[in-house]
Design a protein around this ligand. Structure first.
Ligand code: URA
Length: 238
């Protein structure tokens, strides 16, 4: 149960100060009864605001097909659009805020998960979870055949880092040495670009195509589109 004024601000309708006017105007109801007192305790799942149930009343967990050129920051430093602009505007005003679960570079496209559940975000980004992420790459030069064993070894260390990368699986296309997939179980800064650059194959195009068992292809999302996901897909996975 939540105070009616706290509910309106928690779900991004208006500020707590503005809530009194919304309530006086009869915009908040349970069944047919208007809730007029800011301190009334209400069950969010039963509340109607302007006649509509609260969207995503039990929390937000979505998969977005991130387009190229979008930043995962809430505030863009260089004027480029943010992934949050692709989500309903009201979500920006919700508290807690929606955040991305890990990040993709501005120039990386593909599968991005977002949630307003801080505990879930923390659990899924924890280095202990080792959730597999699969990236499809196109490089400017062929990836040398010895890169497969090097990345799988667990002893490959990125420039400027002390600890080696966890074993990663490189799956180059048989017919095209500039194209393939890299499977990682961690998420270091610009990791795919840095790994492939280290073996002389700078990345031209990069797309995240899967996180755990969730495949971007299976979601049929165009770039910029999103879809709700059941968090149990990740919380129930080992
Ligand atoms: N590795 C990268 O280099 N960039 C990303 O966006 C994700 C993984």
């Amino acid at each position: 149960m939540l105070r009616a004024d706290a509910l309106l601000s928690r779900f991004g309708y208006c500020s707590r100060r503005e809530a009194a006017a919304w309530l006086r105007a009869g915009r908040v109801r349970i069944d047919q009864s208007p809730i007029t007192s800011p301190s009334a305790k209400v069950d969010p799942a039963r509340v109607l605001v302007d006649g509509q149930p609260i969207p995503f009343v039990n929390g937000i967990f979505v998969a977005l097909h991130k387009p190229l050129g979008y930043t995962c920051s809430h505030i863009s430093e260089d004027g480029s659009p943010t992934v949050y602009e692709l989500l309903p505007a009201q979500w920006e005003a919700r508290s807690p805020a929606v955040q991305s679960i890990g990040r993709l570079d501005k120039e990386t496209a593909g599968l991005l998960l977002l949630s307003d559940d801080g505990t879930l975000v923390h659990a899924l980004t924890s280095p202990k979870r080792h959730i597999e992420k699969v990236y499809e790459y196109r490089t400017a030069a062929p990836v040398p055949p010895e890169a497969t064993a090097l990345f799988a070894s667990g002893s490959f260390t990125l420039n400027g880092e002390k600890s080696p990368c966890l074993p990663a699986t490189l799956e180059p296309d048989v017919s095209d040495p500039c194209h393939g997939r890299l499977r990682l179980h961690e998420g270091r800064y610009h990791q795919v670009r840095r790994m492939l650059a280290a073996v002389g194959a700078p990345v031209m195009d990069l797309t995240r195509v899967a996180i755990g068992s969730l495949q971007l292809d299976s979601l049929s999302l165009n770039p910029g589109e999103w879809i709700p996901i059941n968090p149990q897909l990740f919380t129930d996975a080992p």
